[in-house]
Design a protein around this ligand. Structure first.
Ligand code: ZN
Length: 234
């Protein structure tokens, strides 16, 4: 099969190439598993429209297609797929929270993102580890430090389904995390602005950017269902 010609015949691929994204065809046959996952458009060596794996697995394809559609469709502010958005990464934190729920732990999940990639994922494991410090954020911070090879996480963003408690907020400041995005606020104990704000405490030597309320309802529903079930069990 003439891979190059099949690409040229497809309008999306032509459009993507015309926009300067290098979707070339170095000889990989259609159907090859794409090897560019997570490395951005410049790393995609499989034509997006010729590879049957690409629609589900090729990040480059999605980003390129999304950019193309955003430019040409009538609602440019409504991205069809945005793998870099707070909404997307909070979804990953919520998946972790669901794991905690399934394990009968308080359902809180967290992921840490660096350069658009998730480098740590965790969920609350206080009961499993019999450790009151095993909050999702604490476990994720340790994983991220391991991944980065440093205790400084000043180019990372934490996504956590519930507002961090004072313990976790303290740890977040200690690792100098750049940004914290949380779902449900915690009026009684939240330390990212609800009960107190340790993440931006004036006399501490580091302050984080804070975004709250991302997919708040999903996070809150999970927590409410968990505590409601706990109460009904007595
Ligand atoms: Zn905590």
């Amino acid at each position: 099969m003439d891979f190059g010609r099949s690409v040229a015949a497809r309008p999306y691929a032509v459009g993507i190439q015309a926009k300067g994204l290098p979707h070339t065809s170095p000889g990989q046959p259609p159907g090859s598993a794409c090897d560019c996952i997570g490395r951005g458009p410049a790393a995609c060596f499989v034509s997006p429209m010729s590879c049957p794996f690409s629609a589900r697995h090729c990040l480059s394809y999605r980003l390129a297609l999304q950019g193309l559609l955003n430019r040409h469709m009538s609602a440019p502010d409504e991205p069809i797929i945005d793998l870099q958005s707070d909404h997307y990464f909070m979804g990953e934190a919520l998946r972790q929270a669901a794991k905690a729920y399934a394990a009968e732990e308080v359902p809180v999940g967290a992921v840490i993102v660096r350069d658009g990639r998730i480098i740590a994922r965790s969920y609350n494991q206080v009961e499993l580890l019999k450790d009151a410090t095993a909050h999702a954020e604490m476990l994720a911070l340790t994983q991220a430090e391991e991944a980065v090879g440093d205790w400084r996480l000043n180019d990372c963003t934490l996504y956590v389904s519930k507002e961090p408690c004072p313990m976790c907020a303290g740890a977040i400041v200690h690792v100098r995390l750049a940004r914290v995005v949380f779902g449900a606020s915690d009026l009684k104990a939240g330390a990212a602005g609800s009960a107190l704000n340790l993440l931006q405490f004036p006399s501490l030597n580091h302050r984080c950017e804070i975004t709250g309320g991302v997919r708040e309802q999903e996070s809150r529903s999970l927590l409410q269902r968990f505590f409601s079930e706990q109460r009904s069990r007595g």
